[in-house]
Ligand binder design. Structure first.
Ligand SMILES: [Zn+2]
Length: 93
């Protein structure tokens, strides 16, 4: 997947779930190089790790995962609200 495709997929999904005020960027993960993505509720921003763009299935799952975090701010333990949001995101992506 190209970076602009990943950004477009993420932006589309964010809009579908009403998170129009969130943004997304593809940036190098210098502090946590093993992470696929991250969602910051403080910055209202999803970061995607460019290292994993080549794996389309993994990147789609990462996008669904991070948007689910945007939908369930505060549920950092991947609890039931997060799992429900993730299932929804997987279907909508
Ligand atoms: Zn997570």
């Amino acid at each position: 997947m190209k970076a602009d495709e990943a950004i477009a997929h993420t932006e589309r999904l964010l809009l579908k779930v009403g998170k129009w005020d969130w943004t997304v960027q593809v940036v190098p993960f210098t502090d946590y190089p093993d992470r696929f993505g991250a969602a910051s509720s403080q910055r209202k921003c999803i970061d995607l790790n460019p290292v994993y763009l080549a794996d389309e299935a993994e990147m789609r799952e990462t996008i669904a995962h991070e948007v689910a975090h945007a939908m369930t701010v505060g549920d950092n333990e991947h609890g039931l609200p997060f799992q429900a949001a993730l299932a929804y995101c997987r279907k909508k992506l």
